[in-house]
Each structure stands twice: as structure tokens, then as C-alpha cells.
Design a protein around this ligand. Structure first.
Ligand code: ADP
Ligand code: ASP
Ligand code: MG
Length: 413
């Protein structure tokens, strides 16, 4: 008997009819002789509505009560699915994060899973019960409800698969797998049969929201094979797994975009040791993540420093930086720009191929797209551009690296 964790996202549980469809899939897997743990998201749009409610009553709502509110969407769907399965004659039981329990730290709004106790789930599975677990939520050591960051149900699923030593973790969503780029953005995107943990990590963290980044970190750490597939048909999906020789040959396997960041520039910062530390400390203390950082060459002992943060943190970051530059650093001006987007190319084969970055810059230049910031790693190149060119940039890069066709750009020898 295999143990399978199946996660269904918001669109897949968007209404009663769809939840009934999920129930049929779950039942099929159970009837095939598997022990099944189901992880659900809230109905699509629900978490956004709950976030909007918190914003109506508070300028900076993130904190204990925020998580109490935005975690409720999942409570509804798990209850409904368990009820439907029971109506169909199956044994099923819903679990909230705190009832498993899935223990996290206390970083409200983006908590990290610290441990999962598996006794309760194992006990019900041994009794032939289908366990239906609320995604996205946990509980901290003090008993406070926490949430795992947007898209966090993926992480619940993979972390449960790791804790239960499941044979497979299936992520059911509204597309048939992981594509060379967002298939809803670029019609000729191609579905990948397999993608390595490292490539998927980069793709997820650079904007491919099909999997939450943390879920891929868990999958990689515990070597959980993750199958991403559609909940609407039986098409084969994409397997996220360890890198193999074939994958290394593909120079660029995906293009991503992220419109969810904003840029902040601090102008004429004194060029002295310790200044960057002072500048970023208040952000760290507030739990704000800084992504790309660019510092210009110093002129007359002053330099310009530009960095990006997520849109959700933008207003708070701008306020903090303005305060700290005025009080401590003595820079001349702080300017913010939320109208940016980050486009990236990703591929394990970049490790062994030169010239990939310069080709990317050329392709963007040919379209008259100005590059505002650049960052690279072993297997990716990212450029920050004006948000209005996002779609164009993704399309031309996707074409230029031969991703839309079946012809993959491979090593020649
Ligand atoms: P769910 O609600 O099932 O968790 P999400 O909306 O979080 O679904 O993620 C699925 C969406 O991810 C797709 O509808 C697609 O628009 C988007 N996406 C972005 N990049 C990619 C990619 N490279 N491959 C597949 N989907 C992608
Ligand atoms: N419902 C949560 C969200 O919208 C978690 C998830 O769907 O994965 O972010
Ligand atoms: Mg999702």
C-alpha cells in the first residue's frame, strides 16, 4: 500500500461542483489501495478577500490577528471535502493545522514549519480514514494560529509528505504541469516532463507561482518526488526530482517574471564601512526581505544604493528607510518605484555554457527594453525592467532560447 499526499489548489476547489470532482479523484486513489492524505487551499479568490478585509481596518495588518483571519478559507474547504467524502460512503476526517499539529515559528504571515507530529494522522490512516488537512496554516509553540505565506498549501503538502515518508506528493492545479514559462502568459509555453529541484527552486523564487518556493526546498531536502498535474484531466504532469544527465544538457529550461517587487534607491550614501549594515538593519528587524541589491561605484566618497523588496513590504520598507537615512546615515534622498518587474532565465545547463547572460541582454536591447538591475547565480540570470515591458520580454526571451518549440537548445558535443 502506498501513501500519497494530494494537494488541490484554489481553482480546483473553487465551488461545490469542483470539490465534488476532487472527492471523486481522492476516492479513486483510495480505492486503488492507497492511504491518502489530502491538503486543500481555500476556494480561489477567498484568501484575497480575507486579506482585503484586514486592509480595510488596518494600514499594516500583518500580525497575530491577520493569520486568525486569513487562515479561515481553508477551514471551509477541508470541512466540505470531508463531508462530501462521508456522503459518498468513505471514512474521512478534516484537520486544521493546529489539530495535526503543524508547528511553526511565530512569523505571522510567513511562518516557517518547524516540526510536524505525525501520530494523529498515522492513527487515522491506519483506521482506513482519508485525512483532509487544511493547507497554509500552522500553530506556533504558544498556540497562536500562523500562516505560511501566500501559496503556502504547497508547502503544507510537501512537508506532510516528508513527515509521513509518503511515496509521492501530487500537486493538483489548474495547469497540466510546470511549463517553460507561465502558460497563461505565453500561449506557446511547453510543458516540461521533468524539472530538477534546483531549477524549480529558482523558477519558484523568481515568480513561477505554480509551486511555493518553500515547498521545493522541502522536496529537495527530503528528496520527495513531486508531481505537478491538472485536477481537471488525467494528462501526465511534470515530475520535480533530482537532476539527471539529460537535464544538464538543457541550457535554458524556463523563463519567469515577477511583478510583485518594488525598487527603492537611496541616493548619495556616504561610502563608509558599516553604512549598508545600518541601512538594512531596520528592515531585517521588521522581517522584511531584501532581494536584489546594487551599489554604484563611489564618486566623491558617496554612492547610490538600490534594492528591491516585495510589493507587500514596499510601503513599510520605504517608511523605514526614509527614517533611518534621515536619522543615521545622512543620505540625500530616497526614491521608490513600484512599477518594475523582474524577468529571469533559468537552466541547469548554464553552469557549463558561456554567453547566456549576454544573449539575454541583447534580446532585451533589440526590443529597446532598458535593464535597470541585473543579478545572476549559477543557474539563472535576472533583469529588472519597467513593468510595462514584462509580457514582451518574456515572449522574446522564450523564443530566443528556443523554448516554444520541441527543439531544445542542447550541448553540441
Ligand atoms: P493553485 O491555486 O492550484 O495553487 P496557483 O495559481 O498558485 O494554483 O499556481 C498555478 C498557476 O501558476 C498557473 O495557473 C499559472 O498561471 C502559474 N504559473 C506561473 N509560471 C508557471 C509555469 N512556469 N508553469 C506552470 N504554471 C505557471
Ligand atoms: N489560500 C492560500 C493563498 O491563497 C494558500 C494557497 O492557496 O496555497 O495564498
Ligand atoms: Mg498555489
Amino acid at each position: 500500500m502506498a501513501l500519497i499526499v494530494q494537494k488541490y489548489g484554489g481553482t480546483s476547489v473553487g465551488n461545490i461542483e469542483r470539490i465534488k470532482n476532487v472527492a471523486k479523484r481522492v476516492a479513486r486513489s483510495y480505492d486503488e489501495g492507497n492511504a491518502v492524505v489530502v491538503v486543500l487551499s481555500a476556494m480561489s479568490g477567498e484568501t484575497n478577500k480575507l486579506v482585503a478585509l484586514t486592509q480595510e481596518v488596518s494600514e499594516f495588518p500583518i500580525g497575530r490577528e491577520y493569520d486568525v483571519i486569513i487562515s479561515t478559507g481553508e477551514q471551509v474547504t477541508v470541512g466540505l471535502l470531508a463531508l462530501i467524502l462521508k456522503e459518498m460512503g468513505y471514512k474521512a476526517k478534516s484537520f486544521l493545522g493546529s489539530q495535526v499539529p503543524i508547528v511553526t515559528d511565530s512569523q505571522f504571515g510567513s511562518a516557517r514549519i518547524e516540526s510536524i507530529e505525525d501520530e494523529r494522522l498515522r492513527a487515522v490512516l491506519n483506521d482506513g480514514v482519508i485525512a483532509v488537512v487544511a493547507g497554509f496554516q500552522g500553530v506556533d509553540p504558544e498556540g497562536n494560529i500562523t500562516t505560511l505565506g501566500r501559496g503556502g498549501s504547497d508547502t503544507t503538502a510537501v512537508a506532510l509528505a516528508a513527515a509521513l515518508k509518503a511515496d509521492l506528493c501530487e500537486i493538483y492545479t489548474d495547469v497540466e504541469g510546470v511549463y517553460t514559462t507561465d502558460p497563461n502568459f505565453c500561449p506557446n509555453a511547453r510543458k516540461l516532463e521533468k524539472v530538477s529541484y534546483d531549477e524549480m527552486l529558482e523558477m519558484a523564487s523568481l515568480g513561477a507561482k505554480v509551486l511555493q518556493t518553500r515547498s521545493v526546498e522541502f522536496a529537495k531536502k527530503y528528496e520527495i518526488p513531486v508531481m505537478v498535474r491538472s485536477s481537471f484531466n488525467d494528462a501526465p504532469g511534470t515530475l520535480v526530482c533530482k537532476e539527471d544527465k539529460e537535464m544538464e544538457k538543457v541550457v535554458v529550461s524556463g523563463v519567469t517574471y515577477n511583478k510583485g517587487e518594488a525598487k527603492i534607491s537611496v541616493l548619495r550614501v556616504p561610502d563608509r564601512p558599516g553604512i549598508a549594515a545600518k541601512l538594512f538593519r531596520p528592515l531585517t528587524e521588521e522581517g522584511i526581505n531584501v532581494d536584489m541589491i546594487v551599489q554604484n561605484i563611489s564618486h566623491d566618497a558617496h554612492t547610490d544604493l538600490t534594492f528591491t523588496v516585495s510589493n507587500a513590504d514596499y510601503k513599510r520598507a520605504l517608511k523605514l528607510i526614509k527614517e533611518s537615512t534621515a536619522a543615521v546615515i545622512g543620505a540625500e534622498e530616497v526614491v521608490g518605484d513600484p512599477n518594475i518587474s523582474k524577468v529571469s532565465i533559468i537552466g541547469a545547463g548554464m553552469r557549463s555554457h558561456a554567453g547566456v547572460a549576454s544573449k539575454m541582454f541583447e534580446v532585451l536591447a533589440n526590443e529597446g527594453i532598458n535593464i535597470q538591475m541585473i543579478s545572476t547565480s549559477e543557474i539563472k540570470v535576472s533583469c529588472v525592467i519597467d513593468v510595462k515591458y514584462t509580457e514582451l520580454a518574456v515572449r522574446v526571451l522564450h523564443d530566443a532560447f528556443g523554448l516554444g518549440t520541441n527543439e531544445i537548445v542542447e550541448e553540441k558535443d
